[in-house]
Design a protein around this ligand. Sequence first.
Ligand SMILES: *Cc1c(COP(=O)(O)O)cnc(C)c1O
Length: 382
Amino acid sequence: MSKIWLSLAHMGGAEERFVHEAFETNWVVPLGPNVNGFEHDLETWLSQHSRNEVHVVALASGTSAIHLALVMLGISPGDEVICQSFTFAASANPICYQGATPIFVDSEPGTWNMDPELLEQAICDRLAKTGRLPKAIIPVHLYGVPARMNEILRIAHHYGIPVVEDAAEAMGSLYDGQYCGTMGTYGILSFNGNKMITTSGGGALICHTKEEADRVKFFATQAREPFPWYQHEHIGYNYRLSNVSAGIGRGQMLVVDAHIERRHTIHRMYAELLHGVPGITVVEPTAPTPMQPNFWLTCILVDPAVTGYTRDELAAKLFAADIESRPLWKPMHLQPVFAQAPSYTNGVSEQVFEYGLCIPSGPMVSDDDVHYIVNQIKELRK
Ligand SMILES: *Cc1c(COP(=O)(O)O)cnc(C)c1O
């Protein structure tokens, strides 16, 4: 039996055709028809569940998409940007690329995402301490669970602060009838190898006007002014998605809904099969607003007082059984690299980090695999 991975990419079959077309038409150069086609596919798909107009720019990564959102918002040295603490470092790193300071805000228990009350406290405290408001807010839909956007957007609007929605893990998650990534001032998606769909590496910035999207494309292609020669009046970036990668993306858009459905099914199976196992909880997020997570990764909590073994001991047992698992993201306010950054905490992310484990959830995980994984968990006794 081969190893069961956490979140392995799955190709639908049409990807090679689009990539092959790129070779046949010699569009292996950076930009070309697949990039436009992929952006169009994303716009059409996202528009199915968006109250805002959607304009998408395909980029080299989710990280570069966050960076360009901050560039668009004019974030500069000395500015402060609020970021969810419980996330992957890629949410926060671009704040530092701009020479700004990240301000970390902890999570609330129902969604494990940015706590709206703590967000407002942080905004008021920054204003009191520095005399200035933070320049942007980055909530994250971690593990595909929608953050409480209505509350976060209401606070952001009240203080006039733009919101960059990190939907890297939340492609296809619905919040109040809207796709994650379409609600903020800007939204970002990731197409890295382990995300909902992949382009082998890539991302997208979601804007709400064509003018903004054109401006993002300008910054993403070295900020070349419209002159016959190379004229530069701004610092630019080489952040566009390649035409070959976009070909993979076009193929993946044909299977994205199937991938989301499969992750839901896997989550339901875990929830049923692990129900009643003492000390093991399959996490079911809750929020006051109707929402539908994409269940990108299924998370479980291990209560060592009941199980008699720790999260790490369970992970070791799974590893020995050729099953990949991973502790939840370590909060940014605990990361040595961000030790100097101000943070507003309430203990939620620290607690789930201590007890939480992600288990295999990708479209390559079969029903038999789920049963096998569940049996491994049930067999473990201290
Ligand atoms: C993956 C991820 C990113 C970064 O996306 P890349 O495409 O890998 O650069 C950002 N934020 C979160 C929460 C992620 O999981």
